[in-house]
Design a protein around this ligand. Structure first.
Ligand code: ADP
Ligand code: MG
Length: 225
């Protein structure tokens, strides 16, 4: 179909990843909750129809870790967009990145940041990784692995393996995350993985923000080879 052809074309042209707006379209088609948003060269056009606090992101073929280079601004109003986009363009140009488009999306509510990843592994299939975001993955490498397709029981077992699992359940005065929504999201990732063409070798949803009532994939990276 059209999506597979588009991905094959990107891979053949040497693109390292599927651009974030198109990656999020694929997630949405797989029933995974992503922020409402759209991409355009003009951030005000991209912001049409969006409500509340906004997030501005650079879409650039050379920029993979956007926030490291100043490619993400969070909690903006519509009026902030032109000046923030101009500042972002200048900041990224200083790092040698050209911005093709701006992705403007709605800011997700506060919640726990979780990482859902998958790597295509010869002879095994998709190995799925689940972990807590931020310092938990970077410092403690607190992650659990499974092989797709995962069942709900598999996902619950992986969650229980995490040392930080109690935090998701609301330990230390935090809000309890909607774990059913997180499990549902991971089950929908099964479907996404099964639908991807062979050029896609890695999927990173980093982070998925899990609030008290939903799980939203606010970043999506589909790595091509
Ligand atoms: P990077 O390419 O640097 O990983 P992300 O898209 O993950 O960029 O954005 C960086 C951080 O900004 C995320 O880890 C998350 O904390 C926050 N963030 C990004 N998008 C949103 C959003 N729509 N709503 C709320 N927070 C967001
Ligand atoms: Mg990210």
């Amino acid at each position: 179909n059209a999506t597979r052809t588009a991905i094959a074309g990107l891979a053949a042209a040497g693109a390292p990843v599927v651009p974030e707006p198109e990656a999020k379209d694929l997630l949405r088609d797989a029933g995974i909750t992503v922020p409402r948003g759209s991409a355009h060269a003009d951030p005000l056009i991209a912001a049409q129809g969006l409500d509340g606090d906004l997030v501005l992101k650079a879409v650039s073929p050379t920029l993979v870790h956007k926030s490291d280079a100043g490619g993400v601004r969070i909690g903006l109003s519509r009026d902030d967009l032109p000046a923030e986009a101009a500042a972002m363009t200048a900041a990224l140009a200083a790092h040698g990145h050209r911005i093709d488009r701006f992705l403007v999306e709605e800011k997700a509510g506060a919640g726990h940041e979780v990482i859902v990843g998958a790597v295509r592994t010869p002879g095994v299939g998709w190995v799925v990784m689940l972990g807590l975001g931020g310092i938990f993955v970077e410092v403690f490498a607190d992650v659990a692995f499974g092989i797709a397709p995962l069942t709900a029981a598999d996902v619950h077992a992986m969650l229980s393996e995490l040392k930080g699992a109690a935090l998701l359940r609301g330990a230390r005065g935090g809000t309890a995350a909607d774990l059913d929504a997180l499990v549902d999201l991971v089950l929908r990732v099964n479907g996404l993985l099964a639908s991807l063409p062979p050029e896609v070798v890695e999927v990173d949803l980093n982070p998925v923000i899990v609030t008290a009532d939903q799980a939203v994939a606010v970043d999506a990276r589909l790595v091509l080879s």
